[in-house]
Design a protein around this ligand. Structure first.
Ligand code: NDP
Length: 267
């Protein structure tokens, strides 16, 4: 693109407040932009920013010709309505794929920005040539940003997809039995090492989305673990993603992929 005289893709990231985990994710996104030659901008606001001011910032980013795509890092402080924020982002710049128009188009199999975590997982399954057709995929968690879209992508009539999908959540009964019947188990619940070996079928493919901080006797005072008890489950399954280092980096890669698509569409 730059050789053809275009500027590189430009991603903007809006961060509100000082949630330590959010700051880490945002820094990783900005760093990844620089590593592959994208431009990036970080707009960091204090936690007390008003909703009106934040929406005004989004309007400016929507109109800014130099920005190809942007994200508003979630969660937001309690006084800000997340849905109002998500709805304000121009769908053509919504590289997180959270806007209802993108979610709706994705569900219908139309051209859309697919949200970065489920998109990254689908790419991971593709790159490792995991058979998904006709397999039983259990998605643990039904959030709008991970479990929900993940379940839709796995039942699409394409590869990766064509799975028979079960969505499990906090009201699911016989969760262990449900998980045990999974050929592909995607855990996105935010509970440290919740999925243990006795919940996993021999040879299953396990994707661990969870990022949980637990106390540890090290310099930082914490360490990151997933929703899956990695060591014991790894002995039983055929594939497993590590935490950190699995779905997290794929999420960032997919965000950058979406930003490239947004930039190309604007050329
Ligand atoms: P949410 O808290 O929004 O959703 C959690 C889901 O898990 C809910 O659907 C909830 O059910 C379900 N759940 C909670 N407890 C249980 C339980 N005991 N049994 C069964 N289901 C349960 O979380 P997110 O989807 O935003 O994130 C999930 C995890 O993924 C977190 O650890 C988060 O940090 C991580 N994450 C990682 C990303 C990455 O890049 N790797 C990106 C985004 C998130 P119910 O709906 O009934 O409440």
């Amino acid at each position: 693109m730059t050789e053809a005289g275009h500027r590189p893709p430009h991603l903007a990231v809006v961060l509100v407040g000082s949630n330590a985990a959010s700051e880490t994710y945002v820094n990783a996104k900005i760093k990844a932009c620089s590593a592959i030659g994208y431009e990036s901008s970080l707009l960091h606001f204090p936690p007390e920013i008003s909703q009106t001011m934040l929406l005004h910032t989004i309007d400016e980013l929507n109109e800014n010709e130099d920005i190809d795509g942007f994200i508003v890092q979630l969660p937001l402080p309690a006084h800000i309505d997340e849905n109002s924020v998500i709805n304000r982002v121009l769908p053509a710049k919504d590289v997180d794929g959270f806007h209802p128009i993108n979610v709706g188009k994705m569900a219908l199999g139309l051209d859309a920005f697919i949200s970065a975590t489920p998109g990254g997982i689908v790419e991971l399954l593709r790159r490792y040539e995991i058979e998904t057709s006709g397999k039983h995929c259990v998605v643990l968690g039904r959030s709008n940003i991970v479990g929900g879209p993940m379940s839709i992508l796995m039942r699409r009539n394409t590869y990766p997809g064509n799975s028979t999908v079960t969505i499990a959540h906090s009201r699911t009964q016989n969760l262990k039995e449900v998980c045990l019947s999974a050929d592909i188990l995607i855990a996105a619940i935010g509970k440290p090492e919740f999925v243990t070996a006795d919940m996993v079928k021999e040879g299953a493919v396990v994707v661990d989305v969870g990022i949980n901080r637990i106390d540890a006797d090290n310099e930082k005072g914490y360490k990151l673990v997933g929703d899956v008890a990695f060591d014991e489950v790894a002995e039983k399954c055929s594939y497993i993603t590590p935490v950190p280092g699995g779905v997290g980096p794929m999420t960032i890669a997919y965000l950058l992929n979406n930003t490239m698509i947004a930039a190309r569409k604007r050329m």
